[in-house]
Design a protein around this ligand. Structure first.
Ligand SMILES: [Zn+2]
Length: 469
């Protein structure tokens, strides 16, 4: 019989990875995510894969976020030569995100090797290189939603819109073994049905085994309109205080939502700031891909303004005061602004990227405001700030956290608890249900809620568990 192994994003939210093996010898890797957050988790990215990459037939990917895709170049470098199945939009986003990740790996390693040399230590190699990544990108095989394809003999895959970010998919795998077919449905990251740009996650009704994410398994998001009102109130307060507003944001998904919301406030004459800087080359690249795949977006209500220009759709046009700063020199010009601007920059969990430079210039100033618009994993700088750290260490110096910190839960790109339960409740008869991609206490809360509301018993797998499909 076919086997499913739980190899990553088990009782945590990063490092998504599952292996499907059939008795006939097909081997399909579902996700190849990077671990992010705690140093010991990140060290895990360098460990050997718990399988031989050369023996895999294919990789199937739910979406482009690095915690789902980030180790793919390493897999190729370790000998994997098969196809990487993705949706068409994910294929485009993947190029942007993995090349950025590879550049970062190379730069970090170069930096580290400089001080290692001074200490007489041997140099280290990057986790992967741009060359590894370029090789891997040639292995992409794009597919449309709803179009079944064979990933390996006896393993049919269909992508369904997960409504999380552009191109995100719920992955349905029909696995044939010993003449019987079993259906495995992996939720991927399920979108928040309140998202202004994404469709609601596709409802599926039949599966034998379901793997469901549980990032927000413990709670529902705050009401959407209330969150927009709260954002507006924060922006006005920052204006009165005479400080800047910092928004650490994921380049793909969250940033486009923020541009939409800020554009909406601008059009209603309710945005007091004179400029919004988008200080992220990756987010600028993601905007272009979102614009290109505009027909896959479901823009709720009216788009803030008609974004068509010279026959080209550009989502930047939603927000006329948006200024993009692609180069490092452009980025440094933002430091001149001591008040009156909004700065959107990565990384989303404040673990690196240009947001750290803006922290250095703004975080210690009590008139500034920091708006955290998404989930902050344990061990990240963003989580430390949300949890009330009075000082933080960044770029080799300690900085006071005097800015006012706000968490806006309502803008999450993930389904909240009730949305998760609603999505899974459509499967009839009841499938075998496993919870993945969540911190343990959130999973336990979801497990209890499933018991209370549906009378369903869900399993919380341990890392390395293997089940028969
Ligand atoms: Zn994601």
């Amino acid at each position: 019989m076919a086997l499913l192994s739980f190899l990553g994003a088990i009782q945590q939210v990063t490092g998504s990875c599952y292996l499907i093996e059939t008795h006939a010898g097909a081997r399909v890797l579902l996700e190849c995510g990077m671990q992010q957050g705690r140093r010991k988790d990140e060290a895990g990215n360098r460990a050997n894969f718990p399988f031989d990459p050369q023996t895999l037939d294919a990789v199937v990917l739910s979406h482009a976020h690095i915690d789902h895709s980030g180790l793919l170049p390493r897999l190729t470098a370790a000998g994997f030569k098969g196809p990487v199945h993705v949706t068409t939009a994910t294929g485009e986003l993947l190029e942007l995100m993995l090349l950025d990740s590879a550049n970062l790996q190379e730069k970090d390693t170069e930096w580290e090797n400089r001080w290692r040399a001074r200490l007489g230590k041997p140099p280290i190699t990057p986790l992967y290189t741009v060359a590894d990544t370029e090789r891997m990108l040639k292995q992409r095989r794009p597919h449309d939603y709803g179009e079944p394809f064979e990933a390996a003999p006896g393993v049919q895959v269909t992508f369904h819109d997960a409504g999380h970010i552009l191109g995100s998919a719920i992955v349905q795998l029909d696995v044939e073994d010993f003449g019987r077919t079993r259906r495995l449905v992996f939720s991927g990251d399920l979108g928040n049905s309140c998202s202004p740009l994404m469709h609601a996650p596709t409802v599926l009704q039949q599966a034998d085994v379901v793997l469901m994410e549980s990032t927000y398994g413990n709670r529902d998001h705050r009401d959407h309109q209330a969150t927009i009102d709260e954002l507006e109130a924060i922006l006005h307060q920052a204006h009165r205080d005479g400080g800047n507003v910092l928004m650490p944001s994921f380049a793909v998904g969250r940033t486009q939502d923020l541009i939409y919301y800020l554009g909406m406030l601008y059009q209603k004459g309710r945005l007091p700031q004179q400029a919004v800087f988008l200080d992220s080359p990756m987010a600028i690249g993601a905007n272009a891909i979102y614009s290109h795949f505009q027909e896959q977006l479901e823009i709720s209500g009216e788009a803030p303004i008609e974004p068509q220009q010279n026959g080209r759709y550009r989502i930047e046009r939603w927000l006329p005061v948006l200024k993009t700063t692609p180069t490092a020199e452009d980025s440094m010009t933002i430091n001149r602004f001591k008040s009156g601007v909004i700065i959107i920059a990565g990384s989303g969990m404040c673990t690196g990227g240009r947001i750290l430079h803006h922290f250095k210039h703004n975080l210690w100033r009590k008139e500034c405001h920091l708006v955290i618009p998404g989930f902050q994993a344990r061990g990240t700088l963003g989580r430390a700030i949300v949890d009330g750290a009075r000082t933080v260490k960044l770029m080799h110096q300690r900085i006071a956290v005097n800015a006012q910190v706000h968490t806006l839960g309502g803008f999450s790109a993930h389904a909240g608890q009730s949305q998760l339960i609603d999505w899974v409740s459509h499967f009839q008869p009841r499938p075998e249900l496993h919870l993945v991609h969540g911190e343990l206490e959130n999973m336990q809360a979801l497990q209890q809620a499933l018991r209370d509301r549906l009378g369903w018993e869900a399993n919380i797998p341990e890392l390395g568990d293997r089940i028969a499909l």
